[in-house]
Design a protein around this ligand. Structure first.
Ligand code: MF3
Ligand code: CO
Ligand code: CO
Length: 269
Protein backbone atom coordinates (compact mmCIF):
# COMPACT_ATOMS: atom_id res chain seq x y z
CA UNK A 1 0.00 0.00 0.00
CA UNK A 2 1.38 3.38 -1.01
CA UNK A 3 -0.31 6.33 0.65
CA UNK A 4 0.69 9.61 -0.95
CA UNK A 5 1.37 12.49 1.44
CA UNK A 6 0.40 15.62 -0.44
CA UNK A 7 2.69 18.66 -0.66
CA UNK A 8 1.39 22.17 0.13
CA UNK A 9 1.17 22.82 -3.57
CA UNK A 10 -0.89 19.67 -4.16
CA UNK A 11 -3.12 20.50 -1.18
CA UNK A 12 -3.89 23.89 -2.70
CA UNK A 13 -4.88 22.21 -5.97
CA UNK A 14 -7.07 19.76 -4.07
CA UNK A 15 -8.81 22.70 -2.34
CA UNK A 16 -9.63 24.16 -5.73
CA UNK A 17 -10.84 20.84 -7.17
CA UNK A 18 -12.86 20.12 -4.02
CA UNK A 19 -14.62 23.48 -4.11
CA UNK A 20 -15.43 23.05 -7.81
CA UNK A 21 -16.94 19.58 -7.23
CA UNK A 22 -19.11 20.98 -4.44
CA UNK A 23 -20.19 23.90 -6.63
CA UNK A 24 -21.56 21.45 -9.21
CA UNK A 25 -23.88 20.13 -6.49
CA UNK A 26 -24.93 23.71 -5.63
CA UNK A 27 -25.64 24.29 -9.31
CA UNK A 28 -27.73 21.15 -9.82
CA UNK A 29 -29.79 21.30 -6.61
CA UNK A 30 -32.63 23.53 -7.96
CA UNK A 31 -33.02 21.20 -10.95
CA UNK A 32 -33.73 18.15 -8.80
CA UNK A 33 -37.51 18.26 -9.28
CA UNK A 34 -40.29 15.86 -10.29
CA UNK A 35 -40.36 15.28 -14.05
CA UNK A 36 -36.65 15.76 -14.79
CA UNK A 37 -34.72 12.69 -15.94
CA UNK A 38 -31.39 11.69 -14.46
CA UNK A 39 -30.02 11.99 -18.02
CA UNK A 40 -31.05 15.67 -17.97
CA UNK A 41 -29.27 16.14 -14.64
CA UNK A 42 -26.19 14.54 -16.21
CA UNK A 43 -26.14 16.80 -19.25
CA UNK A 44 -26.74 19.93 -17.15
CA UNK A 45 -23.81 18.98 -14.88
CA UNK A 46 -21.65 17.95 -17.82
CA UNK A 47 -22.12 21.29 -19.56
CA UNK A 48 -21.52 23.22 -16.33
CA UNK A 49 -18.28 21.33 -15.64
CA UNK A 50 -16.91 21.51 -19.16
CA UNK A 51 -18.13 24.94 -20.28
CA UNK A 52 -18.39 27.02 -17.09
CA UNK A 53 -15.79 25.50 -14.78
CA UNK A 54 -13.34 24.15 -17.29
CA UNK A 55 -13.17 20.96 -15.31
CA UNK A 56 -13.13 17.38 -16.56
CA UNK A 57 -15.92 15.07 -15.34
CA UNK A 58 -13.84 12.19 -13.95
CA UNK A 59 -16.55 9.50 -14.25
CA UNK A 60 -16.94 9.84 -18.03
CA UNK A 61 -15.25 6.80 -19.60
CA UNK A 62 -13.67 5.90 -16.27
CA UNK A 63 -12.79 2.20 -16.50
CA UNK A 64 -11.06 0.65 -13.51
CA UNK A 65 -9.80 -2.94 -14.00
CA UNK A 66 -12.74 -5.29 -14.56
CA UNK A 67 -15.19 -2.48 -15.39
CA UNK A 68 -16.54 -1.20 -18.70
CA UNK A 69 -16.08 2.55 -19.26
CA UNK A 70 -18.65 4.55 -17.24
CA UNK A 71 -20.88 6.14 -19.89
CA UNK A 72 -21.88 9.39 -18.14
CA UNK A 73 -20.38 12.36 -16.31
CA UNK A 74 -22.07 11.96 -12.93
CA UNK A 75 -23.55 9.15 -10.84
CA UNK A 76 -27.25 9.32 -9.97
CA UNK A 77 -28.41 6.74 -7.43
CA UNK A 78 -32.18 6.78 -6.81
CA UNK A 79 -33.97 5.12 -3.85
CA UNK A 80 -32.73 1.50 -3.59
CA UNK A 81 -29.69 2.21 -5.77
CA UNK A 82 -26.69 2.23 -3.45
CA UNK A 83 -24.10 3.82 -5.74
CA UNK A 84 -22.78 4.16 -9.31
CA UNK A 85 -26.25 4.68 -10.79
CA UNK A 86 -26.00 5.51 -14.49
CA UNK A 87 -28.09 8.53 -15.55
CA UNK A 88 -30.91 7.47 -17.86
CA UNK A 89 -34.34 8.36 -19.29
CA UNK A 90 -36.33 7.66 -16.13
CA UNK A 91 -38.10 10.70 -14.66
CA UNK A 92 -37.79 11.63 -10.99
CA UNK A 93 -41.10 11.62 -9.12
CA UNK A 94 -42.24 13.09 -5.83
CA UNK A 95 -41.00 11.08 -2.88
CA UNK A 96 -37.85 9.85 -4.64
CA UNK A 97 -34.51 10.37 -2.94
CA UNK A 98 -31.39 10.64 -5.03
CA UNK A 99 -27.67 10.71 -4.41
CA UNK A 100 -25.73 12.80 -6.91
CA UNK A 101 -22.02 12.04 -6.91
CA UNK A 102 -19.68 14.50 -8.61
CA UNK A 103 -15.99 14.09 -9.31
CA UNK A 104 -14.18 16.82 -11.22
CA UNK A 105 -10.58 17.07 -12.36
CA UNK A 106 -8.96 20.50 -12.32
CA UNK A 107 -5.29 21.04 -13.06
CA UNK A 108 -4.80 17.23 -12.79
CA UNK A 109 -6.31 16.98 -9.27
CA UNK A 110 -9.64 15.38 -8.26
CA UNK A 111 -12.46 16.62 -6.02
CA UNK A 112 -15.09 13.99 -5.10
CA UNK A 113 -18.33 14.70 -3.21
CA UNK A 114 -21.93 13.60 -3.08
CA UNK A 115 -25.15 14.68 -1.40
CA UNK A 116 -28.66 13.35 -0.98
CA UNK A 117 -31.62 15.26 -2.41
CA UNK A 118 -35.34 14.66 -1.98
CA UNK A 119 -37.84 15.16 -4.75
CA UNK A 120 -40.84 16.98 -3.28
CA UNK A 121 -41.82 15.92 0.22
CA UNK A 122 -39.85 12.87 1.42
CA UNK A 123 -41.42 10.00 3.30
CA UNK A 124 -40.38 9.88 6.95
CA UNK A 125 -38.15 6.83 6.41
CA UNK A 126 -36.26 8.44 3.49
CA UNK A 127 -35.69 11.62 5.44
CA UNK A 128 -34.48 9.69 8.48
CA UNK A 129 -32.11 7.57 6.41
CA UNK A 130 -30.61 10.55 4.56
CA UNK A 131 -30.12 12.48 7.81
CA UNK A 132 -28.66 9.52 9.65
CA UNK A 133 -26.25 8.84 6.77
CA UNK A 134 -25.16 12.49 6.86
CA UNK A 135 -24.55 12.14 10.60
CA UNK A 136 -22.61 8.92 9.95
CA UNK A 137 -20.35 10.69 7.45
CA UNK A 138 -19.69 13.41 10.03
CA UNK A 139 -19.18 10.92 12.86
CA UNK A 140 -16.43 9.42 10.68
CA UNK A 141 -14.91 12.72 9.58
CA UNK A 142 -14.79 14.03 13.14
CA UNK A 143 -12.41 11.19 14.10
CA UNK A 144 -9.76 12.48 11.71
CA UNK A 145 -6.56 13.84 13.23
CA UNK A 146 -2.87 12.89 13.23
CA UNK A 147 -2.30 9.72 15.25
CA UNK A 148 -5.90 8.50 14.87
CA UNK A 149 -6.45 5.26 12.95
CA UNK A 150 -8.57 4.56 9.89
CA UNK A 151 -10.50 2.04 12.01
CA UNK A 152 -11.70 4.91 14.22
CA UNK A 153 -13.56 6.37 11.25
CA UNK A 154 -15.19 3.07 10.33
CA UNK A 155 -16.08 2.25 13.92
CA UNK A 156 -17.80 5.62 14.48
CA UNK A 157 -19.85 5.22 11.29
CA UNK A 158 -20.82 1.63 11.99
CA UNK A 159 -21.86 2.38 15.55
CA UNK A 160 -24.08 5.28 14.56
CA UNK A 161 -25.70 3.34 11.69
CA UNK A 162 -26.32 0.16 13.63
CA UNK A 163 -27.60 1.97 16.73
CA UNK A 164 -30.28 3.44 14.47
CA UNK A 165 -31.17 -0.04 13.17
CA UNK A 166 -29.61 0.52 9.75
CA UNK A 167 -26.78 -1.38 8.06
CA UNK A 168 -23.44 -0.44 6.48
CA UNK A 169 -22.56 -1.49 2.91
CA UNK A 170 -19.19 -3.29 3.03
CA UNK A 171 -18.25 -3.80 -0.61
CA UNK A 172 -17.48 -0.14 -1.34
CA UNK A 173 -15.38 2.25 0.66
CA UNK A 174 -13.78 5.68 0.79
CA UNK A 175 -10.43 6.10 -0.92
CA UNK A 176 -7.29 8.13 -1.16
CA UNK A 177 -7.56 10.75 -3.90
CA UNK A 178 -5.28 13.24 -5.60
CA UNK A 179 -3.86 13.16 -9.10
CA UNK A 180 -5.50 9.70 -9.15
CA UNK A 181 -9.28 9.22 -8.75
CA UNK A 182 -8.97 6.15 -6.50
CA UNK A 183 -5.72 5.49 -4.64
CA UNK A 184 -4.63 4.06 -1.28
CA UNK A 185 -5.75 3.94 1.42
CA UNK A 186 -9.14 2.20 1.42
CA UNK A 187 -11.36 3.88 3.99
CA UNK A 188 -13.79 1.27 5.33
CA UNK A 189 -17.09 2.47 6.78
CA UNK A 190 -17.04 -0.19 9.50
CA UNK A 191 -14.30 -1.45 11.78
CA UNK A 192 -12.68 -1.30 15.17
CA UNK A 193 -11.19 1.59 17.09
CA UNK A 194 -7.39 1.70 17.08
CA UNK A 195 -6.98 -0.57 14.05
CA UNK A 196 -5.71 0.17 10.56
CA UNK A 197 -3.47 2.85 9.13
CA UNK A 198 -2.31 5.67 11.39
CA UNK A 199 -3.23 9.11 10.02
CA UNK A 200 -0.52 11.61 9.13
CA UNK A 201 -0.87 15.28 8.07
CA UNK A 202 -1.06 15.64 4.30
CA UNK A 203 -3.12 12.52 3.68
CA UNK A 204 -6.25 13.16 1.62
CA UNK A 205 -9.07 10.67 1.33
CA UNK A 206 -12.84 10.47 1.00
CA UNK A 207 -15.38 9.44 3.62
CA UNK A 208 -18.51 8.22 1.81
CA UNK A 209 -20.68 5.84 3.83
CA UNK A 210 -23.49 3.94 2.09
CA UNK A 211 -26.18 3.06 4.63
CA UNK A 212 -29.18 0.76 4.07
CA UNK A 213 -32.55 0.68 5.80
CA UNK A 214 -32.66 -3.12 5.45
CA UNK A 215 -29.92 -5.69 5.00
CA UNK A 216 -26.40 -4.70 3.91
CA UNK A 217 -26.37 -7.11 0.95
CA UNK A 218 -25.82 -5.71 -2.52
CA UNK A 219 -26.57 -6.77 -6.08
CA UNK A 220 -24.69 -5.56 -9.13
CA UNK A 221 -26.85 -4.90 -12.22
CA UNK A 222 -26.04 -6.27 -15.67
CA UNK A 223 -24.94 -2.80 -16.88
CA UNK A 224 -21.72 -3.52 -14.99
CA UNK A 225 -21.99 -0.45 -12.74
CA UNK A 226 -25.29 0.08 -10.92
CA UNK A 227 -25.27 -1.33 -7.39
CA UNK A 228 -28.63 -1.90 -5.66
CA UNK A 229 -29.77 -3.30 -2.34
CA UNK A 230 -30.55 -7.01 -2.65
CA UNK A 231 -33.74 -6.55 -0.63
CA UNK A 232 -34.74 -3.44 -2.64
CA UNK A 233 -34.95 -1.35 0.53
CA UNK A 234 -33.73 2.25 0.54
CA UNK A 235 -30.05 3.21 0.62
CA UNK A 236 -28.37 6.60 1.12
CA UNK A 237 -24.86 8.06 0.77
CA UNK A 238 -22.98 11.29 1.47
CA UNK A 239 -19.37 12.00 0.54
CA UNK A 240 -16.66 14.54 1.34
CA UNK A 241 -12.98 14.70 0.40
CA UNK A 242 -10.96 15.44 3.55
CA UNK A 243 -7.38 16.49 4.34
CA UNK A 244 -5.59 15.40 7.53
CA UNK A 245 -4.14 18.61 9.02
CA UNK A 246 -1.63 19.11 11.85
CA UNK A 247 -4.45 19.47 14.37
CA UNK A 248 -7.38 17.58 12.85
CA UNK A 249 -9.03 17.76 9.46
CA UNK A 250 -10.10 20.11 6.71
CA UNK A 251 -13.07 19.31 4.46
CA UNK A 252 -11.96 20.17 0.93
CA UNK A 253 -15.32 19.70 -0.84
CA UNK A 254 -16.96 22.86 0.49
CA UNK A 255 -18.90 25.62 -1.18
CA UNK A 256 -21.73 28.02 -0.37
CA UNK A 257 -24.37 25.30 -0.58
CA UNK A 258 -22.57 22.67 1.49
CA UNK A 259 -24.82 21.57 4.35
CA UNK A 260 -23.29 22.47 7.72
CA UNK A 261 -22.15 19.68 10.05
CA UNK A 262 -24.80 18.35 12.44
CA UNK A 263 -25.56 20.30 15.61
CA UNK A 264 -23.30 19.40 18.47
CA UNK A 265 -20.23 18.84 16.35
CA UNK A 266 -18.22 21.90 17.19
CA UNK A 267 -15.21 21.73 14.96
CA UNK A 268 -13.86 23.74 12.13
CA UNK A 269 -15.04 22.77 8.68
N1 MF3 B 1 -17.50 9.09 -7.31
C1 MF3 B 1 -17.47 7.70 -6.97
C2 MF3 B 1 -16.68 7.61 -5.68
O1 MF3 B 1 -17.05 8.26 -4.77
C3 MF3 B 1 -16.87 6.85 -8.03
C4 MF3 B 1 -17.68 6.78 -9.23
S1 MF3 B 1 -16.87 5.84 -10.41
C5 MF3 B 1 -17.82 6.13 -11.75
O2 MF3 B 1 -15.68 6.98 -5.54
F1 MF3 B 1 -17.17 5.75 -12.77
F2 MF3 B 1 -18.95 5.50 -11.56
F3 MF3 B 1 -18.09 7.38 -11.82
CO1 CO C 1 -15.28 8.72 -3.77
CO1 CO D 1 -17.88 10.11 -5.33
Amino acid sequence: MTVVIKSDNEIEKMRVAGRLASQVLDFIEPHVRAGITTEDLDSLCHDYMVNVQNTIPAPLNYAPPGYSPFPKSICTSVNHVICHGIPGPKKLKNGDSINIDITVIKDRYHGDTSRMFHVGEPKIQSRRLAELTFDCMWAGISQIKPGAHLGDIGAAIQKMAENAGFSVVREFCGHGIGATFHEDPQVLHYGRIGTGLKLVPGMIFTVEPMINVGKPDIRQLADGWTVVTKDHELSAQWEHTVLVTNTGFEVLTRSEGTPLPPDGLSFKV
